[in-house]
Design a protein around this ligand. Structure first.
Ligand code: ACO
Length: 324
């Protein structure tokens, strides 16, 4: 990335719905033919947060954004743009980002949503970074917010146990020291694999269920290969090796995938931020939620080199390297 305009990450925030549903709850209260043992062994998931009626993609996004602004000590009037990565907007339009602007009292600047499924946050970071590099904005809120519980087929035990709801946000600001901020981002997609993870239909497709469908084993296979490539690409672009990485903040789909990537980088497990056990897979919200947690509890500190990676429906996948 050019040294002309640096893009720093100065604020973090997150929101998790009030209701927590454990694996045992799914089996006992929801009547799903599953068990804590099955879900935990295959995915590392122990519980998830599920949004209630008043918790929407926009309301959760706005709360996470407020926290990110507070953390950075920046007033909303200084923000030039809001980007929301989501696969679960509350309405087809207006975009969630524009609704967030209204909720925050932001009357200037612009906002739009990014649709790249579970890779959405990495895509939004890359887009925001490019807008800042080109001088179109100096401060951007980048948010991932999802209510996947509303996309799930609750009669399909192979998918409904995997996901949760929530929102995470970061504030990006231009400026900073040499070598600080977003060092590079790497995006990929391949529509030929669209049929292994998708939502069956959309508004205007009345014959469809509008539920998430997935071939879990196929997704797993692609995730291991493609995430490895995206990580190698990020390291090579910056002349780094796995040993240089202080923290991995991966998309939280499955603990086995996360462990595989950590092993590849020879990163000890205490250098990997894991939330999948408590949040399950919150799609585009998972990376900023994990980052929020690790920055606020003091694990990730200023100067640390952080690697992010994600893969999702499309398939889409990518990585980002950030010096905090
Ligand atoms: N509880 C109990 N049994 C179940 C459940 C459940 N929730 N779901 C499926 N089973 C059963 C199946 O019916 C099957 O039974 P059978 O052998 O009698 O037919 C058996 O468990 C094995 O099913 P598989 O689908 O083959 O299970 P697998 O070991 O592949 O694990 C899983 C499934 C966890 C989804 C795995 O494939 C995976 O992790 N894939 C990655 C997908 C992923 O993470 N997706 C998230 C979205 S994409 C992303 O964010 C990267």
């Amino acid at each position: 990335m050019s040294d002309a305009i640096r893009v720093r990450l100065t604020g973090v925030g997150g929101y998790l719905p009030r209701d927590v549903v454990t694996n045992d709850d799914l089996a006992k209260k929801f009547g799903i033919e599953t068990s804590d043992e099955w879900i935990r062994t295959r995915t590392g998931i122990g519980q998830r947060h599920i949004a209630s009626g008043d918790e929407t993609t926009a309301s959760m996004a706005a709360e996470a954004a407020r926290q990110a602004l507070d953390y950075a000590g920046v007033d909303v009037s200084e923000v030039d743009a809001v980007l929301v990565a989501t696969a679960t907007p509350d309405q087809v339009f207006p975009a969630v980002a524009v609704q967030v602007q209204a909720r925050l009292g932001m009357t200037a600047g612009f906002g739009f949503d990014i649709s790249a499924a579970c890779s959405g946050f990495v895509y939004a970071l890359a887009t925001a970074s490019a807008l800042m590099q080109s001088g179109q904005a100096k401060k951007i809120l980048v948010i991932g917010s999802e209510v996947f519980s509303r996309l799930l087929d609750w009669t399909d035990r192979s998918t409904c146990v995997l996901f949760g709801d929530g929102a995470g946000a970061v504030l990006l600001e231009s400026g900073g020291e040499e070598g600080e901020g977003i060092l590079s981002t790497h995006l990929h997609s391949d529509g030929r694999t669209g049929d292994i993870l998708y939502v069956d239909g959309a508004v205007g497709c009345p014959s469809t269920s509008q539920h998430l469908r997935m071939q879990g084993r196929e997704v797993f296979r692609h995730a291991v290969v493609k995430l490895s490539q995206a990580v190698d690409e990020a390291l090579a672009a910056n002349g780094l090796t796995g040993q240089d990485i202080q923290w991995m903040v991966p998309h939280q789909a499955n603990l086995r995938i996360i462990d595989g990537m950590a092993k590849k980088l020879a990163l000890p497990s205490d250098r990997v931020v894991v939330t999948v056990d408590r949040h399950a897979n919150t799609s585009a919200a998972s990376i900023p939620l994990a980052l929020n947690e690790a920055v606020r509890d003091g694990r990730i500190r200023k100067g640390d080199l952080v690697l992010m990676e994600a893969l999702g429906g499309g398939l889409t996948w990518g990585s980002a390297l950030i010096r905090m």
